[in-house]
Design a protein around this ligand. Structure first.
Ligand code: 4GS
Length: 237
C-alpha cells in the first residue's frame, strides 16, 4: 500500500514510523510511506500556506491553493483522500480494516483553525477524527491511522494469527493473559490455564472476554432488541 501524507511538520513522522512493526512493513515493501511538506506546493517568496478567515474570527486557515496543487500532484484516480479533523467520522478498527484494503491513501493533516471549506467540497473523500479532543494539528491522528492500518496489511505481523485474535476483531475486549511465573508475589495464574485442557481453556477465555466487555465496554456488545442495551446486558451478567 502507498500512503502519502501532506503536512507542515514532516519531521514529526520520523521516529514513530521508523521503529518496530511499521519499519519492518516498510522494509518488506508492504508500506510505501511518503511524507510531503505542504510549503513545497506554494509559489510565493514566504511559502505562505495560511490566511485569515473571510468574515472575521480568530485564528488562521490553510489556504486552498497549495493543498489543491499537492493533491493534484500526488493523488491518482484510485487514491482515497482523507482529511484528519475533529469533525470527521470517528476512526475505529472497522475503518482501519476498510482502509487496509485500499491501494493508495493520501492523508491531509489539518493545522491551525482548519482548512478552507473548498478542500472538503472538492478534494476530500473522507473526513476522519481519532477522538473527541483537540490536538495542535492532524499529524498524530495521521500517524495513528498509518499504524493501525499498516499492521493489518498481509505479512506485516510476524504471526498472522495475532492480527485476528485480539481486541475488537471479534467485537469484544481481550481475555486476560498470563505468562510465567505461575505464581508471582502471591498472585496466581488461574488454574485452568495450567491444565492443558485446550477446549476448557478456550471456553474460559470466551467467557472472560464476554464478562470483561460487559463490565468495561458494554457499548461494544451487540444491541439487544428494545430498552437500554447496555443496562440490560449488564443485568444478564
Ligand atoms: C484531530 C482529532 C484534531 C484540531 C487540528 C484543531 C488543528 C486539530 N484531528 N482527530 N486544529 N482529534 N485536529 O484535534 O483528528
Amino acid at each position: 500500500m502507498k500512503i502519502d501524507v501532506l503536512t507542515l511538520f514532516p519531521a514529526m513522522f520520523a521516529g514513530p514510523l521508523d521503529e518496530s512493526i511499521i519499519q519492518r512493513a516498510r522494509k518488506l515493501g508492504l508500506l510505501d510511506l511518503r511524507v510531503h511538506q505542504l510549503r513545497d506546493y506554494t509559489h510565493d517568496r514566504h511559502k505562505t500556506v495560511d490566511d485569515k478567515p473571510f468574515g472575521g474570527g480568530p485564528g488562521m486557515l490553510l489556504k486552498p491553493e497549495p493543498i489543491f496543487e499537492a493533491v493534484e500532484a500526488l493523488a491518482s484516480e484510485s487514491t482515497r483522500v482523507i482529511l484528519l479533523t475533529p469533525g470527521g467520522r470517528q476512526f475505529n478498527q472497522s475503518i482501519a480494516g476498510e482502509l487496509a484494503r485500499e491501494k493508495e491513501l493520501l492523508l491531509i493533516c489539518a493545522s491551525y483553525e482548519g482548512v478552507d471549506e473548498r478542500v472538503r467540497e472538492a478534494l476530500v473523500d473522507d473526513e476522519l477524527s481519532i477522538g473527541d479532543y483537540v490536538l495542535t494539528n492532524g499529524n498524530l491522528p495521521a500517524m495513528v491511522i498509518i499504524d493501525a492500518v499498516t499492521r493489518l496489511l498481509p505479512g506485516a505481523l510476524g504471526d498472522d494469527a495475532s492480527a485476528l485474535d485480539e481486541s475488537f476483531s471479534h467485537g469484544l475486549l481481550e481475555y486476560p493473559h498470563y505468562t510465567r511465573p505461575a505464581e508471582f508475589r502471591g498472585l496466581k495464574v488461574p488454574e485452568i490455564l495450567l491444565s492443558g485442557h485446550h477446549a476448557e481453556i478456550a471456553k474460559w477465555r470466551a467467557e472472560q472476554a464476554r464478562r470483561r466487555t460487559m463490565e468495561k465496554r458494554p457499548d461494544l456488545l451487540p444491541k439487544t432488541s428494545g430498552g437500554d442495551g447496555a443496562a440490560e446486558q449488564k443485568e444478564n451478567l
